[in-house]
Structure formats: C-alpha cells, structure tokens
Design a protein around this ligand. Structure first.
Ligand SMILES: [Zn+2]
Length: 160
C-alpha cells in the first residue's frame, strides 16, 4: 500500500505515519502528549521511534508537566542567570544542586523541584537574596569541597 513501510518488530508491510496523542510514562504517572507525529504498525500495534523522536517527545512531556506545576521555564531560568550574572555552575552552587543540573533544566530534559523553583524566583526578584546565599558558609564550603555531581543530598556541611 502507498506510504506503508516494513515494521521492525513484526516484519509486516503495514508501518505508516500518524498524528495523534501518545502516552508517556512519567515518574509515578503518565502524560498524554497531543499531536505527536509518529510511526504505527497496523499489524502488531507497535509504535517504533527513533532516538530523536523519543527525545523530542520526552521534552514535550516534561514541558507539559512543568507547565501544570507552574514552574519556571528553561528560558526564564536562562534569563534570570543573565540578569544576575551567574554561570550555570554558579547557580548550581547557590542552589546546592548537582553538577550539570541547571544544564539539564535549561535543555528541558528535566525540571526543578518546588524548592529550587522558589529560590530562583527569590533570586530573580531581589539581588540581596542572591548576595546572602553567596556569602553563607555552607555555599562557600560546598563550592570548595564538591568534586563530583554524584554527591547529592546528605553531606557533611561542617556547619553547626
Ligand atoms: Zn508490526
């Protein structure tokens, strides 16, 4: 048939492009992403995706979830860094999140938790908040001692 291709799963010549809603598993729930152009096989029901298609779909799912939670967008995070003159690494230190975390937020592959979101809004709103965070002993100690992005959560902060 016209436009049909061979399915990589079942081998039938019934693979074709459709536009529709795709359900993406997300944390403990799932997200319905509308208007996704993707392949579907009429014989086995498989919806094979390329890595590029999968990544794009994942990003849209993350964006929908972020929007539902009312969190800052990647562009808003970039803009607040620009306004406050912070590099991605500096913002990670101020928020005390792992290395490359802000990179991933700005790429849109994951989004920040509510605590980091609130802190970023405060930093955006008031430079004094940033200055206070930059001068806390914990933040200074953190930026000196952190060696790997794998170290997160409970750490020895040398603060009583
Ligand atoms: Zn198939």
């Amino acid at each position: 048939m016209e436009g049909m291709r061979t399915c990589p799963t079942c081998g039938a010549h019934t693979l074709h492009r459709v536009v529709g809603e795709v359900t993406v598993p997300f944390r403990k729930t799932s997200i319905e992403v509308p208007n996704v152009t993707h392949d579907v096989c009429d014989s086995c029901g498989e919806e094979p995706m390329s890595t590029g298609e999968f990544d794009a779909l994942q990003k849209r799912a993350v964006a929908l979830a972020r929007e539902a939670k009312g969190l800052l967008t990647p562009d808003e995070i970039r803009e607040l860094r620009r306004v406050r003159g912070l590099s991605q690494r500096q913002l990670e230190r101020v928020l005390r999140v792992g290395e490359k975390t802000v990179v991933r937020w700005e790429k849109g592959t994951v989004f920040q938790n509510a605590g980091s979101d609130t802190l970023m809004r405060l930093i955006r709103q008031d430079n004094d908040v940033l200055q206070a965070l930059l001068t806390t002993r914990a933040a200074v100690a953190d930026s000196r001692s952190r060696s790997s992005g794998a170290q997160r959560g409970q750490r020895n902060e040398h603060v009583r």
